[in-house]
Design a protein around this ligand. Structure first.
Ligand code: APR
Length: 229
């Protein structure tokens, strides 16, 4: 018998206990940086060195981080379900934990791409991408990240995956950023939704939504108990 499809939308919160800053919590990344300066095409055009340094620092930090029980719990769930992770995160902690199916909506920190031909994507050796590092066509390389104002190429694929979910979970995202946040609208009616976040959501849980007000590290193990007992 085929396993039920469990689709999990994750955000910065699932990596918080691994030591990676979220964006909109107190002392979050966006409190220390102006998004338009370091995460937009305009910022790149204005000062590419600042942008390269911003992502070099985040990449350097990632090398010191490892998956936490939240990431590992999603791998555990693969014993019981066909698990598909759709993440807004650009770290590779889901992959490091061993998740089999991970779709990155906002790009990947350890990848870079040509500014001349966006189909030319490369795994970065080490943590530094510098001005003058070029692709095979001689064009400057940029972070393989979806910046504010840029399209989210994987969103159609993500919508298809959400449509097929038998169970849907949301872990560690403020659901502030579209189109990612809009994925919730594509969950079929009657499909149970579980939301794991230490902060109370803006809306009241419905009969379809179960809210687990916990950090990912304890909330995901609770979800495993709920789904497998
Ligand atoms: N475990 C689970 N959730 C947590 C934890 C934790 N330990 N700590 C914080 N959270 C929750 C916060 O309560 C918040 O709801 O994680 C969420 C983090 O929200 P954001 O900082 O807005 O991060 P995210 O939702 O992933 O941002 C989406 O915005 O800046 C862009 O491209 C960037 O992918 C990012 C997107």
């Amino acid at each position: 018998m085929d396993k039920k499809k469990l689709v999990v939308l994750t955000g910065a919160g699932i990596s918080a206990e691994s030591g990676i800053k979220t964006f909109r919590d107190h002392n979050g990344l966006w409190e220390n940086h102006d998004v338009t300066e370091v995460a937009s095409p305009e910022g790149w055009a204005r000062d590419p060195h600042l942008v390269l340094e911003f992502y070099n620092q985040r990449r350097k930090q990632l090398f010191e981080c490892e998956p936490n029980p939240g990431h590992k719990g999603l791998v555990e769930l693969e014993k019981h379900f066909d698990v598909q992770v759709i993440t807004q995160n650009v770290d590779d902690l889901h992959e490091q934990a061993g998740s089999s199916h991970v779709l990155h909506l906002h790009g990947e920190l350890k990848k870079v791409r040509s500014t001349k031909d966006e189909s030319l994507v490369y795994e970065l050796e080490g943590w530094e991408l510098n001005w003058g590092d070029t692709c095979e066509k001689g064009a400057q390389l940029r972070p393989h990240i979806v910046w504010f104002g840029e399209a989210v190429p994987a969103i159609e694929e993500a919508i298809d995956i959400v449509h097929q979910a038998d169970i849907f979970a949301v872990v560690g995202t403020s659901l502030n950023v579209y189109p990612a946040a809009g994925l919730l609208n594509y969950v079929r009616s009657g499909v149970p939704i579980y939301i794991i976040d230490p902060k109370q959501p803006a809306y009241q849980p419905t009969s379809q939504i179960t809210f687990i007000q916990e950090n990912a590290g304890t909330g995901v193990p609770k979800l495993i108990k709920l789904l497998t007992s």
